[in-house]
Design a protein around this ligand. Structure first.
Ligand code: PNS
Length: 161
């Protein structure tokens, strides 16, 4: 049985992330989408909000669960009994850092493989930070994020965050 772990910041989840999650849900038995708690990185949404947005966005995918973790990804993967880490790649520019992380994770946990999925071309330009920036300046992010995320972005930004 394959239980795969898809980690990230998800601040917030975009349709690029959803594309990877849906494809993983169709290919693997169980998918855990995990928000990494990174106290050094300033975030728009709290960890709880990001997990909740993932839960709502993935509600129709019955073999997908959303969670968060602190500390090392490999320790969380071991605790969850995950046997694969999945990462999305948008462009060559993602590759160098992802390679570094994959090799370090492999060194820390030799039995845990990282596999990469190419994000669909239509999302290759998309990132959580560009979504935040467009929304912050009043631009439309329709069809770039799940509808619930669009709504929460509007609420959060109108509250002056
Ligand atoms: O969405 P992001 O910010 O690109 O995701 C990066 C993430 C969360 C996958 C990465 O920073 C991570 O795995 N953090 C957990 C801490 C850890 O294990 N660090 C060592 C990885 S080599």
């Amino acid at each position: 049985m394959d239980r795969v772990l898809y980690p990230g910041s998800f601040d917030p989840v975009t349709n690029g992330h959803m594309n990877i999650i849906e494809r993983c849900a169709a290919k693997f038995d169980e998918v855990i989408v995990a928000v990494a708690v990174n106290l050094e990185k300033e975030a728009l949404f709290t960890v709880e909000e990001r997990v909740e947005l993932l839960r709502e966005s993935c509600a129709a995918l019955k073999n997908v669960k959303a969670d968060h973790f602190t500390g090392l990804l490999v320790d969380y993967a071991r605790a969850q009994g995950a046997n694969l880490i999945v990462k999305g790649l948008r462009a060559v520019s993602d590759f160098e850092f992802e390679l570094q992380m994959a090799l370090m994770n492999r060194r820390l946990a030799p039995n845990l493989d990282t596999i990469f999925m190419m994000t669909d071309g239509e999302y290759s330009f998309l990132s959580s930070s560009i979504v935040q920036e467009v929304a912050r300046h009043g631009g439309s992010v329709t069809n770039l994020v799940p509808p619930i995320v669009e709504e929460r972005l509007r609420q959060k930004l109108s509250a002056g965050c």
